[in-house]
Design a protein around this ligand. Structure first.
Ligand SMILES: *Cc1c(COP(=O)(O)O)cnc(C)c1O
Length: 395
């Protein structure tokens, strides 16, 4: 079928929840994508920071197919090997002692919200249920996670949202200090705000947040759904700030394209998730966890983190040099391969023009171009995109 046939058909039968580019992708390999007309593209979106090892990675594909021929699913009424091994890998490589598996980012944050409340409820402190989140944050689209999201456009039309969420500006320690009170159970934030515009913490901010949480006995939750799994150049972004959370949520790149989420925490908090407290039918199912485990092993065995740091710094430098040449660029920011370029114009036309030139890029908040390629992106691919943007921004 031709692209336009598929597009027409999809537009008749799919919910209208997404504004899609008029392209039908049929194949991917590494940092390349092909559409149904046979055109090739270089992918700087990676399925929204998901395919960190690139498309159809041979090791992940192999692990997936081997497990698919062995055992798909049995439920969490029983033990399975891939799930156990993945949880062991994640706890060995993070601050956490225990892992709860689910299927998406929103569900991971749901689990974080639930365990924070339950932790204090178990201690008899039922008044301690409020969560402080950040303005411009993004935590998901379920009722609880949109309630925790600091963007009005995401809540519009869904009132009443869930009770118990307060908001302060990101990077404002004083506002947080003032807002935190005897009813606060947790502070929830992304170490670098992704959907909100690739906004980085100012030096010392995350340390100060940790300090405020320690002083008030409040739990600190890091939503590393976008920043985790190597995206910023370390396995988890918190490592670069020297600040450990009490709870961390993961999803996006955890399965390199397969749906999986996880909530990780320390032993004394994990105690509040006893048998029956929380559950997910598909959470940590063998096929997905086998692929996820292979993703993690590949990242650590194939020097992906160092490559991400090096190429990320190179890419950022090139974006900054574009800013020096083009009036229309307001700001360049980000870490590793989570990079943003704020424009003084709307970004939609740039995204469209890049697509026509064979580059898949993304725009958030109307005027911020976001670059989140597979972590295996090379120098020459980066140079080609920079040259394309350079030419385009002249106009
Ligand atoms: C994408 C994202 C989510 C939501 O993940 P879903 O899998 O779409 O539910 C939550 N938090 C952050 C920081 C994200 O980037």
């Amino acid at each position: 079928m031709m692209s336009n046939e598929i597009i027409d058909k999809a537009d008749k039968v799919m919910a209208r929840t997404y504004k899609r580019s008029p392209v039908v992708f049929v194949k991917g390999r590494g940092c390349k994508l092909w559409d149904s007309e046979g055109r090739a593209y270089t992918d700087f979106v990676a399925g929204i920071a998901v395919c960190n090892l690139g498309h159809a990675h041979p090791r992940v594909a192999k692990a997936l197919s081997v497990q698919a021929e062995t055992l798909f699913h049995v439920s969490n009424l029983y033990y399975t090997v891939p799930q156990t091994e993945l949880a062991a890998w994640l706890t060995e490589h993070s601050f956490a002692d225990r892992v709860f598996f689910c299927n998406s980012g929103a569900e991971a944050n749901e689990a974080a919200i639930k365990i924070s409340r339950k932790y204090f409820s178990d201690k008899g402190e039922t008044v301690r249920y409020r969560i402080i989140a950040m303005e411009k944050s993004f935590h998901g689209r379920t009722m609880a996670t949109l309630s925790a999201t600091g963007q009005d456009k995401i809540k519009k039309g869904f009132d009443p949202v869930l009770e118990g969420f307060d908001f302060v500006p990101f990077n404002d320690t004083e506002a947080l200090r003032k807002k935190i009170g005897p009813s606060t159970c947790a502070v929830l934030l992304e170490p670098i705000q992704g959907e909100g515009g690739v906004r980085c913490p100012e030096p010392g901010y995350l340390e100060a947040v940790r300090q405020i949480c320690n002083e008030s006995g409040t739990l600190l939750i890091f939503d590393e759904i976008q920043t985790g799994i190597g995206r910023t150049g370390t396995l988890f972004a918190y490592e670069q700030f020297g600040v450990e959370p009490d709870i961390m949520t993961l999803a996006k790149a955890l399965g390199n394209g397969l749906p999986i989420g996880a909530m990780l925490t320390r032993e004394h908090i994990a105690e509040s998730f006893g048998p029956g407290a929380h559950a997910s039918t598909f959470g940590g199912t063998p096929v997905i966890t086998a692929a996820s485990l292979e993703t993690m092993k590949t990242i650590s065995e194939e020097n992906i983190l160092d490559h991400c740091k090096t190429i990320g710094a190179y890419f950022k430098e090139k974006l900054i040099s574009l800013k020096d040449r083009h009036e229309v660029i307001e700001d360049v920011r980000g870490m590793g391969l989570l990079l943003g370029m704020k424009l003084k114009i709307k970004g939609e036309s740039v995204v469209k023009a890049c697509m026509e030139k064979g580059f898949v890029i993304n725009c958030i908040q109307d005027d911020i171009l976001r670059f989140i390629p597979p972590l295996i992106i090379g120098k020459s691919e980066t140079d080609s995109l920079i040259a394309c943007l350079d030419e385009m921004l002249k106009g």
